[in-house]
Design a protein around this ligand. Structure first.
Ligand SMILES: [Zn+2]
Length: 80
C-alpha cells in the first residue's frame, strides 16, 4: 500500500501518465483515502497548468494578470 512519502516520489510520473497501471491504481486509491495527498496533487497540477501554455487553466492566470493591470492603471490615474 502507498504511503504519503511514496506519493511525493511518484506524483510527477502519475501526472505525466508514465506510471504503470498497477502503480497508478495504488496511487489512485491512496488519493481516495488521503486528503493531504489530494491537496498536494492539486497544488502540483495547478502549478503545472500555470506554467504550461496549452492547459485551459492558463486563462485564469491571464485574467488575474489583466485584472491586476486594470487595478494598477486605476491606481496610476488616481495618483496623477
Ligand atoms: Zn497521503
Amino acid at each position: 500500500m502507498y504511503q504519503c512519502k511514496d506519493i511525493a516520489d511518484e506524483v510527477n510520473d502519475y501526472i505525466d501518465g508514465d506510471l504503470p497501471l498497477g502503480k497508478r491504481v495504488g496511487l489512485f486509491f491512496h488519493l481516495l483515502m488521503c486528503s493531504c495527498c489530494r491537496n498536494y496533487l492539486q497544488q502540483i497540477r495547478s502549478t503545472i497548468s500555470i506554467v504550461t501554455v496549452s492547459k485551459p487553466k492558463e486563462n485564469d492566470a491571464t485574467d488575474t494578470k489583466v485584472l491586476a493591470e486594470k487595478l494598477h492603471n486605476l491606481c496610476k490615474n488616481h495618483n496623477h
